[in-house]
Design a binder for this molecule. Structure first.
Ligand SMILES: [Zn+2]
Length: 66
């Protein structure tokens, strides 16, 4: 079984949630990018994307589990 780790550079903590986002300039409405985040970085990653005015939502599950 593979462990999914946080997408934050330099972080290798196990991911606990998914950060789903989209860049309106290059992605159409139906596209979603998914970053994985650990507890420490879920807010960091969400804020990073929100600061760029990208639509973003944090989901309390991992892609594998859905
Ligand atoms: Zn992390």
């Amino acid at each position: 079984m593979t462990t999914l780790v946080c997408s934050r550079a330099g972080c290798d903590s196990p991911a606990t949630c998914s950060v789903e986002w989209r860049n309106p300039r290059i992605h159409d409405e139906s596209r979603r990018k998914v970053w994985l985040a650990c507890d420490d970085h879920r807010d960091y990653l969400r804020d990073y994307l929100a600061a760029r005015d990208f639509p973003v939502q944090v989901v309390d599950s991992l892609p594998e589990a859905r």
